[in-house]
Design a protein around this ligand. Structure first.
Ligand SMILES: [Zn+2]
Length: 265
């Protein structure tokens, strides 16, 4: 038996505190498609048929070593997933809240949430009530438009946090961000010069011709995971790298003209 690492000890203590029965250094034999005859998982939870692996070398300081360690872990992960083994992977940066990672992992494997039927779908319900409030608004504008406004905020929150698979809301967990590509995109602008009367009020404007500036858009792919059903999906995120250096498009010039509306003779 290998010597237990600090991280493994933390996982073991967490399992003890959670009152979970476990086997340590559990041997797994004859995984299909695996070149290794047998493997050892750090922990095994017999009640749930779930393995736990602590990936202690994932964040090794030395880049070469880190590369090697990660390749080794990924190969292990592939072997497990190919054989449909349920395994909770724990990364070094998760050690502070390792109990939570274990609990969530068991939930995810244990009872995968079924998709909600439409009459329990929070987004569908909030859209329906919004329509009802809109239809009722002639009865009392203040009451129903206030309710409608609250409803629209709910619709926005629900849309942003829902799982596209099971339709539950507040379901989104961030997994990882990956760089996709840099895209070039034109931005059209013209420069406005605002002329003001001597008292500072608006007189008129002149504009330059339209100009085009090519800006770089960084496109990121965010992987999200549903807390309830484990479904994974990706969302694109765009960051305009050249927005901060956009030229000023509005200038104000105060003239000596007096505002005719306030002119006194
Ligand atoms: Zn879901």
């Amino acid at each position: 038996m290998n010597r237990e690492s600090d991280g493994e000890r933390a996982v073991r203590v967490a399992l003890d505190n959670l009152g979970l029965k476990y086997e340590q250094e559990k041997e797994i034999n004859f995984l299909k498609g695996d070149f290794k005859g047998s493997r050892r998982a750090d922990f095994f939870l017999p009640k749930y048929n779930i393995y736990i692996e602590y990936l202690g070398g994932w964040d090794k300081k030395d880049t070469e070593e880190q590369k090697k360690e990660r390749a080794r872990y990924n190969e292990k992960k592939d072997a497990y997933s190919l054989n449909d083994l349920k395994c909770i992977y724990i990364y070094p940066n998760q050690l502070n809240y390792v109990s939570n990672v274990i609990k969530k992992g068991i939930e995810k494997f244990g009872h995968k949430a079924e998709p909600l039927p439409i009459y329990k779908n929070p987004l569908a319900i909030s859209i329906t009530t919004a329509i009802i409030f809109l239809l009722l608004s002639p009865l009392s504008f203040t009451i129903f438009l206030t309710l409608l406004f609250i409803n629209i905020i709910l619709i926005i929150i629900f849309s942003l946090t829902r799982c596209p698979n099971c339709k539950r809301v507040f379901a989104k967990d961030h997994v990882s961000t990956d760089f996709e590509r840099i895209e070039k995109r034109p931005w059209e602008y013209r420069i406005e010069t605002k002329y003001l009367y001597s008292d500072g009020s608006y007189k008129n404007s002149t504009y330059t011709e339209w100009r085009t500036r090519i800006e770089r858009i960084k496109i990121l792919k965010n992987t999200k995971e549903c807390k309830f059903c484990g479904y994974k999906w990706t969302e694109n995120e765009e960051i305009n790298l050249d927005k901060a250096t956009r030229p000023q498009t509005v200038y104000s010039r105060r003239t000596n003209y007096r505002n005719p509306a306030t002119r006194t003779y």
